[in-house]
Design a protein. Structure first.
Length: 256
């Protein structure tokens, strides 16, 4: 005869082990996806770096070029870029594995709500990175080239350039997640919908302050980030109104 309390304890231990095994399998699948994406990225890593450096090369003065200040930089910098690109390409599958792990613990209505948010967050992140690469960065480079003092040759180190553009792409990718963040704040009840609509002025000021920290110290770069962020904030308010009608109605009823 088994001792009292032993069966629930064994059941909990078995459940924990099964969850850990599933987590291991999900992580291995995610790492495998990154490895598969890394193979073509590493094969064409030099061409990939040339593509990433194209906006700067196009704006450099005649005779100027990128330079490598380290012996190993011509290899390590493109290799690093290939690894980052592989993670970026595999990210939808990585997030799917994360979703598949946590989805069984969610209610059905939570799963229906979370799926469009997950898809939207992926699309918005890529859209933010593309916006930074094709629109923001060329304008920034033009500004920096135009303000270079006389007698100074603009010759950027490839390692510093890669770090700079990666931070820029990540910053804009994260900034474009504003609609998703807004909906989540309303859904969790951390912020009321009425507060989002009443405090637009403070939000706009806060967005410009955040943009000043995330972008280089010039008005052009700051405006290129702040204006889209505020537009996306308004989009988040609209999405909240469409997706969380019952939640907002409940908040309004409690306030009245």
């Amino acid at each position: 005869m088994s001792e009292p309390g032993k069966e629930p304890e064994s059941l909990a231990e078995g459940t924990l082990i099964s969850h850990l095994l599933e987590l291991r399998d999900r992580l291995l699948k995610a790492l495998l996806a990154i490895g598969i994406c890394f193979i073509p990225c590493a094969t064409y890593m030099n061409q990939l770096f040339t593509f990433v450096a194209k906006p700067l090369i196009a704006k450099l003065p005649s005779g100027a070029s990128l330079i490598a200040t380290s012996v190993v930089a011509p290899f390590t910098v493109p290799f690093k870029l290939a690894l980052v690109a592989a993670v970026g390409l595999a990210m939808p599958y990585v997030l799917y594995q994360a979703w598949a792990f946590i989805a069984p613990g969610l209610y059905r209505h939570e799963r229906r709500f979370a799926v469009p948010l997950l898809i939207s967050s992926i699309i918005l992140f890529y859209a933010g990175a593309a916006f930074a690469y094709y629109l923001v960065f060329p304008a920034m480079v033009s500004f920096f080239v135009a303000t270079t003092p006389a007698g100074v040759s603009m010759m950027t180190d490839i390692s510093s350039y890669l770090d700079f553009i990666m931070v820029l792409l990540l910053a804009f990718g994260a900034a474009f997640e504003v609609p998703v963040a807004t909906v989540l704040l309303v859904w969790t009840g951390l912020v009321k919908y009425s507060s989002l609509t009443k405090n637009r002025g403070f939000v706009l000021l806060g967005i410009f302050i955040v943009a000043a920290f995330l972008t280089p110290p010039d008005a052009v770069s700051q405006s290129f980030m702040a204006i889209p962020m505020y537009i996306l904030y308004e989009l988040g308010i609209l999405m909240s109104r469409l997706l969380l009608k019952d939640k907002i109605a409940q908040q309004e009823a409690q306030a009245s």
